[in-house]
Design a protein around this ligand. Structure first.
Ligand SMILES: [Zn+2]
Length: 476
């Protein structure tokens, strides 16, 4: 392979096949499936890879809708992370500015993972086409990672060594601006507390009953007191999975709570988890019930890697931002005009993490500029399992404008815009950027090496997975 990269050829290769991947994004959008059940969506992505000559291994790590597609040979090995799960209840007509579900109560792509998966496969195919013309430079792998919203497959893949021989990873996510992520995300642990007591007639023989529902309530009270005594940034959320019997005149023998414990670092989340477990055990002791504690999944905080991210943003500038037209601007403005000041302020949170001078976009419905890469000691409150990958291999995360500024995350407005011409252009832009970044990594092993050294320094080479080996993801 020539040591000088033919940039314009890579961009051409994406352009040549772009219609097929825009169609793929829309096809996945049209069959929204929840986490770990994305059979049709994964199938569409696998089909696209196999048609292009990728070797695809399905159902990896015992997860039915996970896969890895490989093309090329030798080092470096560059991984591209694809997601394709939808969210419950966010069905919505495409490019429509009023709330019109296609199917009431059904899932929709309210986080844009349809575009995410299609963009990643488009990038990998362009890299493959480039490797055909300039063979022998390295290997590209597409990791099909189901259940980003719930299930969190990347944690299992990271725990089980799927990125061990991967030199670096790139991924992207639809957003309201164009940047390479220099900030972190909250770590999150998912844990179930199942209490078991003894049923009894609640009036005739309450002394014989041991209430699992009481245990849940006491546990939540205990955790609500605990909030004052953990670092301010910690977030603890709970939901009843089973609140016992329907009848009030029965002592409830079984009840279950699901908790999320979030903190800016996984190490802190693990410490808080131990205290929450003590609260649960205390509730069991108080009520004479038994408590089963099951940590089913976790998501680590994201470790931004300067070496790989600088290369990524260089690729982004070579690819250029999405080329929006007047129709895209008009659609974005129509959404923007509906958003409240609070929604617009929430949109600015991400923009201010992405641009040192983000305030200039406060009145901009559709953000077009590419931000510079800059590291900032802040984190987004949400969580992503890309964090787990970022602990085990240098990982770059790109955001590309797919919807109007001020669009709330996980909303019908996202579902609507990620099947519009705004996102179609973003898919092409993301594919170009990731294809360029992959080939640049092939040609600059020194940057990849530097990125690995940086990762070692940032983590001390330690990745803590809160879920013990052998446990498989559970359907949320
Ligand atoms: Zn997402």
């Amino acid at each position: 392979m020539s040591k000088t990269m033919n940039i314009s050829r890579i961009l051409e290769l994406v352009e040549e096949k772009k219609e097929q991947f825009i169609t793929l994004s829309d096809a996945i959008w049209a069959v929204p499936e929840l986490g770990l059940a994305e059979h049709r969506s994964a199938g569409l992505l696998i089909q696209a890879l196999e048609r292009e000559g990728f070797q695809v291994e399905r159902g990896i790590d015992g997860i039915e809708t996970a896969f890895v597609g490989t093309y090329g040979s030798g080092r470096p090995v560059i991984g591209l992370l694809a997601e394709y799960d939808a969210l419950p209840g966010l069905s919505q007509e495409a490019a429509c500015t009023s709330h019109k579900p296609l199917a009431e109560g059904e899932p929709g792509h309210g986080c844009g993972h349809n575009a995410l998966g299609a963009g990643v496969v488009a990038a990998a195919v362009a890299v493959k086409d480039y490797l055909k013309e300039y063979p022998g430079a390295g290997t590209v792998k597409v990791f099909g990672c189901p259940g980003e919203e719930a299930g969190w497959s990347k944690m299992f893949l990271a725990r089980d060594g799927y990125f061990k021989d991967v030199d670096a990873c790139f991924t992207w996510h639809p957003g309201n601006c164009n940047s390479v992520q220099g900030y972190s995300s909250n770590a999150n642990i998912c844990v179930y507390f199942t209490f078991r007591g003894r049923s009894a007639h609640a009036a005739a023989a309450p002394h014989l009953g041991r209430s699992a529902l009481d245990a849940c309530e006491l546990m939540n009270v205990g955790v609500n007191y605990l909030r004052e005594h953990v670092p301010t940034e910690v977030r603890m959320h709970y939901a009843y999975q089973n609140a016992g019997e329907k009848a009030p005149n029965v002592v409830h023998a079984n009840a279950c709570l699901k908790y999320y414990i979030r903190a800016p670092k996984m190490a802190l989340a693990v410490q808080v988890l131990e205290r929450v477990k003590d609260v649960a055990r205390g509730a069991a002791l108080m009520t004479g019930t038994e408590c089963d504690i099951n940590v089913t999944a976790g998501m680590s905080d994201f470790i931004a890697n300067d070496a790989i991210s600088r290369l990524f943003v260089e690729a982004f500038n070579l690819a250029g931002p999405p080329q929006f037209d007047a129709q895209d601007e008009a659609l974005a403005r129509a959404f923007w005009d509906q958003y409240s000041e609070n929604e617009k302020a929430a949109g600015m949170m991400r923009i201010n993490l992405s641009y040192p001078d983000g305030e200039k976009f406060r009145d901009t419905p559709l953000v077009k500029e590419i931000g510079p890469y800059f590291r900032i000691d802040k984190y987004m409150p949400g969580s992503t399992d890309v964090g787990d990958v970022s602990y085990v291999t240098p990982t770059g995360q790109l955001w590309v404008t797919c919807y109007a500024n001020g669009t709330p995350g996980h909303s019908w407005q996202v579902t609507s815009q990620v099947a519009s011409s705004i996102t179609h252009k973003a898919v092409v832009c993301a594919a170009k950027t990731m294809a360029l970044a992959t080939v640049m990594s092939f040609l600059r092993p020194d940057v990849v090496e530097q990125a690995r050294e940086e990762l070692k320094q940032r983590t001390g080479g330690v990745y803590v997975c809160p879920v013990e080996p052998g446990k498989k993801p559970v359907m949320p």
